[in-house]
Design a protein around this ligand. Sequence first.
Ligand code: ATP
Length: 252
Amino acid sequence: MALLEVKDLKIKFGGLTAVDEFSISIEKNELVGLIGPNGAGKTTVFNMLTGVYLPTSGTITLDGQDIVGKRPYDIVSYGAARTFQNIRLFKDLTVIDNVKIAYHKQMKYNMIEGIFRLPSYWKEEKIANDYAIELLDIFDMKPYADSLAKNLPYGKQRKLEIARALATGPKILMLDEPAAGMNPQETKELMETIDLIRNKFNIAILLIEHDMSLVMGICEKITVIDYGKIICVGNPEQIKCDPNVIKAYLGE
Ligand SMILES: Nc1ncnc2c1ncn2[C@@H]1O[C@H](COP(=O)(O)OP(=O)(O)OP(=O)(O)O)[C@@H](O)[C@H]1O
């Protein structure tokens, strides 16, 4: 069984069926793109996969566990982490504290050990600190460890959001338009970092991007949706030439 198995997902908002018959299968370590024009239903798919929305019908299995109806916080424990289109950080905390908070769930001291600052607390704190520094280094952000998140340039705030998602120790990372608002150089660097993360952490990545040329460069498999339904699945070459995809993006 694949790491993430999604079958016949559907969601209705009142009279609007925003996503219908959506299925996808993602293997461990695969980098998959989810693309489609504005309003196609991409974020709604993410919201169902991460417990923000309850699907009207369909199944979602992550690493063999049924996750439909689970809360977003619990889905993180099952191994799915995500970023958002609009950046969500603790803006008044330092960069390193943002990462350490995300790592927190994996720390192994109890409340008493924490309150009295017992040796087990300091040991876990050091592990969290070292891990956060290592993550920031991968994103070339070590020099910013002690800066406040709100003072980072936009592109670096986006990278920090990904570092935070990674700190939860996911099996699959879902990135919702990570390059939004970035300049071409930042975007190029980000795409290289995403590929590096996949290989270094041996995780699967599901990437939403508007810009087809971006995903074409790094994804081996792409699912295209339009008006909530899958119109094409294939590798970048197949997607590029598919008449339904061309029609969806360019109109007739
Ligand atoms: N909570 C909601 N209530 C009602 N309609 C919703 C809700 N969330 C999404 N929709 C509708 O579902 C459709 C898909 O929206 P969604 O945001 O998933 O598209 P998208 O592909 O992510 O778009 P974009 O690329 O512009 O971010 C839209 O018609 C949107 O208005």
